[in-house]
Design a protein. Structure first.
Length: 152
């Protein structure tokens, strides 16, 4: 079967893109821009979670408030780079940042941090659980992007 597009007979297919768009990209090439967006948005959510928890940190442990600010700025810078550049380095930075935040959470909940012993054993705090979920998702998606880029 064929159809006429701009006066040209074209075969019908399931690919409904404009003929000038060129050949369809391989599946792995199409996944990469999606991963860039997903990881970038997840880092933005991670930053927002820590902004929500920030006011209490200034009163309790000012050095953690400063660390939160550094985390927020770093997450947003990496997100911006993912949106604009999306290099292997950006995905690696997203994964490393998330792993470091997970490690900080585990330390805070197990042995505590100087001046911040109140959260030991507080594994079910909602913002903390949400943060862990987002961080694990970032590590998973960033690792998948790095592995996809390595194989192809």
């Amino acid at each position: 079967m064929t159809t006429t597009v701009h006066g040209t007979q074209m075969p019908l297919s399931t690919d409904h893109r404009h003929p000038a768009a060129g050949p369809a990209l391989p599946a792995h090439s199409q996944q990469l821009p999606i991963r860039r967006i997903v990881v970038g948005l997840s880092l933005t959510v991670l930053a927002a979670i820590h902004v929500l928890d920030l006011p209490g940190k200034f009163a309790e442990t000012p050095y953690l408030a400063v660390a939160y600010i550094g985390l927020v700025v770093t997450a947003l810078v990496i997100a911006e780079r993912l949106f604009v550049v999306g290099s292997r380095r950006d995905f690696a930075a997203a994964a490393v940042l998330s792993v470091l935040v997970i490690a900080g959470f585990v330390v805070n909940r197990t042995v505590g941090m100087p001046g911040a012993m109140d959260d030991i054993g507080n594994w079910l705090e909602p913002l903390g659980l949400l943060s862990l979920l987002v961080e694990a998702f970032v590590v998973w998606q960033a690792a998948a992007a790095l592995l996809t880029r390595t194989r192809h």
